[in-house]
Design a binder for this molecule. Structure first.
Ligand SMILES: Cc1ncc(COP(=O)(O)O)c(C=O)c1O
Length: 484
């Protein structure tokens, strides 16, 4: 008989050493998060550190403790900063210690949450049910946790397209459609929606990007004119995308008007509420966002305004039948059984593009269980109140100006003393944003509104305090004066 070769595994040779290193990692991460406000919000990566990122494929291993030291030396200090109280760039959530630990637990279980009779399948479904409850969707609705808002929007628009063709598009593609599909949304719509429409074969030329009013809300009169013109031209309007929280300014489209256009012209109503939909939990927004419940599909991200660590987004559908009919497929290697591991809930592969899925529901489940949804509601309200405070600070200073109306948690402003021309102001404000980051003070991001460069504060940070906004304003004014 052939001699057996020595067998190997990725488990440690010495579990006690592994345990000690793992404990060290947890201790270090708790220290790191506990003292993050004493660190700069951002710092440049030194060139010699960047060089280490270029080392070639390691053929032989080394002790984990050494690799961990490399991590603490060369990776950890050069974080992005969205864990820091003074980070308000793009729309990037903060994460939390509890959810980080939940990710460790989920990774240890390493559940592939697609198919089978195991706990993670039920927790994933429970989290979707909580999302439906939060957004006022019926219990008969369905949903899917995704990697984020982009994938959630793509999934929603795929279901809209498939449903419109009675799911025939799955078989015959777009070629057999009698006329070209057309989508309507505002010019403020996120680029991931545009990419989704491109990838779904509808094509960018058939997205009507409708202008907005001075509140950055879509002009629904112009939208209706486009719908009518497209019908007259023999095209096939099929979907309106409403924004609840535009990425630039946080504007909310008129949901009532959009629902009635969808009813009148038999269109799918999709809501991109990547961050803004969470405002539905606040009493002050409940009326305005009531009709989210009547959307055919809704997207919102738990890694934005629910402060979960990356990645976790969510898409909900009013019709679970249409959701399922868009993706359901039964290859013979995914057969469902009556008992055993291959029993259990309907495969989540029938509800989306991805087969393998991680246990991202656990961090949501654990965080909501630990804190209660009321705590999240208070935090979201706190962010809205802090942005209102920042608005008052901007308005109270003659050298600062607001660049757009403030609807919820996004504020665009700029340093604009009298008598400086627009081009110079654009340059100064860009310098201010870069200096704030390079000096490690604060990380707002930027955008361009009406052709003007603006400093953009998008607030989904549970660690920020009012004093962090005082500091932001003091520093913007200070740097502005240094520059001009
Ligand atoms: C309104 C809106 N939609 C969609 C997205 C894309 O979400 P994600 O970055 O999670 O893919 C964003 C991201 O900021 C957004 O603000």
């Amino acid at each position: 008989m052939k001699e057996k070769q020595k067998e190997e595994t990725l488990d440690p040779n010495n579990w006690n050493t592994m345990r000690a290193t793992a404990h060290q990692m947890v201790d270090d991460m708790m220290d790191f998060l506990q003292s993050i406000d004493e660190q700069p919000v951002w710092k440049p990566i030194p060139e010699d550190v960047k060089e280490t990122y270029k080392s070639t494929l390691p053929h032989h291993g080394q002790p984990l403790e050494k690799v961990y030291q490399e991590f603490t030396r060369e990776i950890l200090p050069y974080y992005k900063g969205n864990i820091h109280p003074s980070f308000w760039a793009w729309v990037q959530g903060t994460g939390s210690p509890t959810a980080a630990m939940a990710d460790m637990l989920a990774s240890s279980m390493n559940s592939n949450v697609t198919i089978g009779e195991h706990s993670a399948m039920y927790i994933d479904a429970q989290v979707i049910n909580w999302c439906k409850e939060m957004m006022g969707f019926e219990s008969s609705a369905s949903g899917l946790l995704t990697s984020g808002g982009s994938m959630a929007n793509f999934t929603a628009l795929a279901v809209a397209r498939s449903t419109f063709t009675n799911h025939q598009v799955r078989f015959s593609g777009l070629r057999d459609l009698q006329s070209q599909l057309v989508v309507y949304c505002s010019v403020e719509t996120h680029s991931c929606v545009i990419k989704s429409i491109e990838v779904l074969g509808i094509g960018r030329d058939y997205i009507r990007m409708i202008p907005t009013n001075d509140q950055y809300m879509v002009d629904t009169n112009i939208m209706e004119q486009h719908i009518q013109a497209d019908i007259a031209a023999g095209l096939q309007p099929f979907c309106i995308i409403a924004n609840v929280g535009t990425v630039n300014t946080g504007a909310i489209d008129n949901l009532e008007k959009i629902r009635s256009l969808c009813d009148q012209y038999q269109l799918w109503m999709h809501v991109d509420g990547a961050f803004g939909a969470l405002a539905k939990l606040l009493p002050a927004f409940q009326d305005r966002l009531k009709l989210i419940e009547k959307a055919d599909s809704l997207v919102f991200d738990l890694h934005k305004w629910m402060y979960m660590p990356y990645e976790v987004g969510c898409v909900l559908f009013r019709s679970s039948e249409d959701h399922r009919a868009t993706f359901a497929i039964e290859p013979n290697y995914l057969l469902k059984h009556d008992q055993g591991l291959a029993a259990g809930p309907d495969s989540l592969n029938n509800f989306g593009l991805e087969l393998s899925r991680g246990f991202k529901a656990l961090k949501v489940w654990m965080s909501i269980k630990e804190q209660g949804i009321n705590k999240f509601i208070r935090l979201i309200q706190q962010n809205v109140d802090q942005i209102d405070y920042l608005k008052k600070l901007v308005e109270s200073h003659e050298d600062l100006e607001l660049c757009a109306p403030v609807t919820m948690n996004v504020l665009c402003f700029r340093y604009a003393p009298n008598g400086i021309n627009q081009e110079i102001l654009d340059e100064i404000n860009k310098e201010i944003v870069m200096a704030l980051q390079v000096r490690g003070i604060a990380s707002p991001s930027s955008t361009i509104l009406n052709g003007r460069y603006c400093i953009r504060v998008a607030h989904v940070n549970h660690r920020s305090k009012y004093t962090d906004f005082d500091q932001l304003i003091d520093e913007v004014l200070g740097i502005g004066r240094e520059l001009y």
